[in-house]
Write a protein that binds this ligand. Structure first.
Ligand code: URA
Ligand code: SF4
Length: 205
């Protein structure tokens, strides 16, 4: 495993989300800043009761500087509506803040961040959790699960039920919306994704 310095020394301890947004681009906690256009921090009200955590910015997010604005984001938007969740009221972020990709000609093909990169970037996610203090976290996909629930957590087995983060914070795991985008059984998998989000709504009360 590659050993990265990790983001800790770049994460501001004061100044809230404004300061996070101002300085996250300076992070050199792993190597992903080198090829990406920008770091993409989370978005949403800092008093949100629900935080949803994805994987990494994709091609669109890297270009535009906003979370979930590409195909996965459009799917997530639809699913949130079906589950009765207002996107403007939740805090949306990613486990890893820089886009990882491989070039194929002119295209940039998403690559899953490595375990070391996930670990390196975790201090940013922890800081977002500290600032927002959500009552519930929705963990979307195996990268977010690794960051928040550890490497032995299996999304396929334990999705859609109440779980706890190591700090005791209530959470629900589900698949990543891009897995639904790619699914051969779209209707079924979209329905399951929405069902998991509904569990989250119920838990929030
Ligand atoms: N996938 C993610 O996990 N996050 C985004 O912001 C976009 C796609
Ligand atoms: Fe820092 Fe995370 Fe970007 Fe790596 S991916 S450089 S740890 S912000």
């Amino acid at each position: 495993m590659v050993k990265y310095p990790g983001a800790e020394q770049w994460v501001p301890r004061t100044g809230g989300m404004k300061r996070v947004r101002a300085v996250i681009g300076e992070c050199r906690g792993c190597d992903l800043w080198e090829d990406a256009e920008r770091a993409v921090p989370g978005e949403g009200p800092v008093r949100a009761r629900m935080m949803l955590v994805g994987e990494t910015p994709g091609d669109n997010e890297d270009k535009e500087g906003h979370v979930f604005v590409g195909p996965a984001g459009r799917l997530l938007d639809k699913a949130l509506v079906e589950a009765g969740i207002d996107r403007s009221k939740v805090y949306l972020t990613n486990a890893v803040k820089h886009f990882r990709f491989e070039r194929q000609g002119k295209r940039r093909i998403h690559k899953t961040p490595s375990a070391s990169q996930i670990t390196a970037c975790r201090p940013w996610l922890r800081r977002e959790l500290e600032i927002v203090k959500p009552a519930l976290v929705v963990v979307m996909g195996s990268v977010a699960a690794r960051a928040l629930l550890g490497s032995s957590f299996r999304v396929g087995q334990d999705r859609g039920k109440p779980v706890e983060l190591p700090d005791g914070r209530p959470a629900v795991a589900t698949v990543h919306p891009s897995a639904v985008v790619r699914s051969d059984e779209f209707r079924r998998d979209f329905g399951r994704f929405v069902d998991d989000l509904k569990v989250a709504v119920e838990l929030l009360g």
